[in-house]
Design a protein around this ligand. Sequence first.
Ligand SMILES: *[C@@H]1O[C@H](CO)[C@@H](O)[C@H](O)[C@H]1NC(C)=O
Ligand SMILES: *[C@@H]1O[C@H](CO)[C@@H](O)[C@H](O)[C@H]1NC(C)=O
Ligand SMILES: *[C@@H]1O[C@H](CO)[C@@H](O)[C@H](O)[C@H]1NC(C)=O
Ligand SMILES: *[C@@H]1O[C@H](CO)[C@@H](O)[C@H](O)[C@H]1NC(C)=O
Ligand SMILES: *[C@@H]1O[C@H](CO)[C@@H](O)[C@H](O)[C@H]1NC(C)=O
Length: 445
Amino acid sequence: MPTKWHFFSGTFILPVLLSVWMQAVSALSIQLIPQYPAVGQSVTLSVTGINGNLRQFSWYKGPNSNAEYQILSYIQSVNPPQTNGSQYFSRASGLPNASLLISDLVITDRGNYTVIVQTDRGSQQESLNLTVYIPVTKPVVRANSSLVKENDTVTLTCETENAERIVWGRSNDRLPSDITLSNDNRNLTFSSIKRSDSGDYYCEAENVINKIKSDIYTLTVNYGPENLIITGPNGIESYFNMTVGTSLSLNCSAVSFPPPTYHWKHNEIDLRKYDSILTLDLSLKENGNYTCTASNSKTNITVATSVVVIVYDRTLTPDPPGPSGEKIGIIIGIVVAIIVVALIAALIYLFVIQKARQKNSNKKNKTTNVSVTPSSGNGHADQNGTENEIQYSSVNFTARPGRQPPSQAEHEIQYSSVNVSGRPARKPPAQPNDDSIVYSELRLS
Ligand SMILES: *[C@@H]1O[C@H](CO)[C@@H](O)[C@H](O)[C@H]1NC(C)=O
Ligand SMILES: *[C@@H]1O[C@H](CO)[C@@H](O)[C@H](O)[C@H]1NC(C)=O
Ligand SMILES: *[C@@H]1O[C@H](CO)[C@@H](O)[C@H](O)[C@H]1NC(C)=O
Ligand SMILES: *[C@@H]1O[C@H](CO)[C@@H](O)[C@H](O)[C@H]1NC(C)=O
Ligand SMILES: *[C@@H]1O[C@H](CO)[C@@H](O)[C@H](O)[C@H]1NC(C)=O
């Protein structure tokens, strides 16, 4: 920046101010066309503020206007007007308006240029420190590692010349937040690079002359393989119970960049299959362990996982063997055993109940009081002796509590209605035992 600072403060702003002042008093000034002359370009040191009619002028390059520093002198009235001095170089030429044209600028054209102008009114002098700028070269992004693995420390460098400012970018994305930049922005460092840092990076170099973007640098972060899984038709499984004659596709996959190379083994025997998908046409030979190995050639990481394939012939073994078949067998066995035990228990229970009920009803019959209340009408009839039949309207049997075993207590027998038909007369009603008793309804509660 000192160049630029000097340029603005000492060489540009000051002469402009001076020129304003000098024009006011008709003083000489030198202006650069273009304002920022660059190597390879031309520049005109254009002289303004000439006071009077120009007769001749001289240009010098150096600390003073001694003859040894003269580039050329130019006298309007002489032919040819220009005379070369000791500092003359072929790329320099005087213009009729007292300006100096330098073509094909080189770095060494920098320096202190002085013009002395002579007019009919006298002599004027002005100096200018010419700065020759160099355009920035097209930057190139390089990484200090050709093979970047996750968690590496990686530095991207923006290689360019003459840049006063460097900025970094990533195509279609922001720059990651985990980067650090050197003071001059030349170096961009990932202290522990992540897979998400992969992307298209570029830098842009700039100075007062020009601004150029680098080509894209594609930063590739290699990682994995990780999360290796084998999936079957129903997703992730470790056992496949299969029937002879069917086919099975095993799909091995892993998270990896670059994509890994896969490799299948059957019971440690190399199947020479390098596809992520292994399709098996199943015979009994295909029983066993299938191992999938995934290798990343960039990270040199290899991981493996395996599954068990059980192939059974339905005609030979109707029940699938193997761990899950055994489990199902055990479960079925347990369920059957429980049902059998429950059935036996139920039968025993029913049998006991039946027995108890029989015993209970015998006991009840014995211990039940029967009170027969003859209706008044019947009494009259009896007294009259004219009626053949005695009809009892109601009979109450009362079971005696406490006499039965406790378990049977709940099973009280209630007689909801009883019809008693008496025998044809003669006998007194006080002998109920002789009467035939018909139980019309018997209900257990
Ligand atoms: C002097 O002549 C050159 C070339 O024609 C031109 O570019 C420049 O502007 C002129 N300077 C002045 C002060 O007219
Ligand atoms: C430039 O040259 C002029 C006279 O030719 C002189 O007065 C001035 O000091 C010089 N400047 C530098 C920095 O050499
Ligand atoms: C001219 O300016 C440059 C910076 O642009 C500086 O390095 C140099 O010393 C200056 N020369 C003179 C003679 O002032
Ligand atoms: C790249 O540079 C960083 C420091 O900026 C360093 O830690 C790392 O080891 C370098 N990597 C290689 C491969 O040189
Ligand atoms: C990278 O670092 C993270 C966190 O430190 C770690 O979990 C991960 O396993 C590392 N990855 C590799 C490929 O070493």
